[in-house]
Write a protein that binds this ligand. Structure first.
Ligand SMILES: O=C(O)/C=C/C(=O)CC(=O)C(=O)O
Length: 276
């Protein structure tokens, strides 16, 4: 059970237990949330501090479940200079934004499904988990609204996107099929000092296919958050996929994808065929 704001009914023990369970599963950053450290003040003498602490813990527990509680996944396409160079396309003048349904999330242990007669590409990406509700925020303030991060794969059905392009139709069927958004555990915001300078890599069956720093992004993390927030309210738990560097390519049944972000997280997913 989670309490998002402090109230007279708030039960520190229950709330702490929720946060603690979540941390055990999701992170190794025990020291900063060590209960002894967090509770080394007198709650009766410091009610404001207690209230703020409870909110902070509730918020962390909530965000660490972003793939269950988030209401949208917003993607940025063609956001790496290296990919634009590979594809021989100009840099977009404004971010190219698409949505993925949250039903496309899968977590480690689940399998990516690929229709037998269609081509699905892997795309490794930095995912930004929104921490606070925001609407029409400036680039200067955008990083304040980040709650944390994850490593993500923006699995993309290029057969469907090709069909959509021919009809000038939206890309949805190529971006938001079931299993199209494999994600890692939640990475606390403090673990990444600068989201515009983290290293992403991906191996397909043990061979490196993608390896790039987010410093190659065309639009920075703050530019993307600010831009998206001009059009839609971003809410806690929403995920922003920041685009994929060069080296994207197709997966086949029984392939194994392994990817990583700095030395913070790695994740592995396998691929299976399903009927088209
Ligand atoms: O043009 C296509 O067929 C597909 C493009 C993408 O999937 C682009 C991205 O999503 C990206 O660059 O991250």
């Amino acid at each position: 059970m989670l309490f998002l704001t402090y109230s007279s009914h708030c039960n520190y023990r229950t709330l702490f237990a929720a946060g603690s369970r979540s941390r055990r599963k999701q992170t190794t950053h025990a020291s900063q949330d060590d209960p002894k450290h967090l509770f080394s003040f007198d709650k009766k003498k410091n009610p404001v501090m207690a209230s703020s602490l409870v909110s902070k813990m509730a918020s962390r527990a909530h965000l660490s479940n972003f793939s269950e509680v988030g209401r949208k996944i917003v993607g940025a396409a063609l956001n790496y200079k290296s990919l634009a160079h590979d594809l021989k396309v100009p840099h977009p003048a404004k971010p190219i934004i698409f949505l993925k349904a949250t039903s496309s999330y899968i977590n480690v242990g689940q399998v990516i499904e690929v229709p037998k007669a269609e081509t699905v590409n892997y795309e490794v990406e930095l995912g930004v988990v929104i921490g606070k509700k925001c609407k029409r925020i400036s680039e200067a303030n955008a990083l304040d609204y980040i709650g944390g991060y994850c490593l993500a794969l923006d699995m993309t059905n290029v057969t469907q996107i090709g069909n959509a392009k021919k009809m000038s139709a939206p890309w949805d069927l190529g971006k938001t099929f079931d299993t199209a958004c494999p994600v890692s555990k939640f990475i606390p915001k403090e673990s990444i000092k600068n989201p515009d300078d983290v290293k992403l890599w991906l191996k397909l069956n043990g061979n490196v296919k993608q390896e790039e720093s987010t410093s190659d992004m065309i639009f920075s993390t703050s530019q993307l958050i600010s831009y998206v927030s001009q059009f839609m309210t971003l809410e806690p738990g929403d995920l922003l996929l920041t685009g994929s560097p060069s080296g994207v390519g197709p997966v086949r049944p029984n392939d194994v994808l392994e990817c990583g972000l700095n030395d913070l997280v790695t994740m592995t997913f396998s691929v299976r065929a399903v009927e088209s």
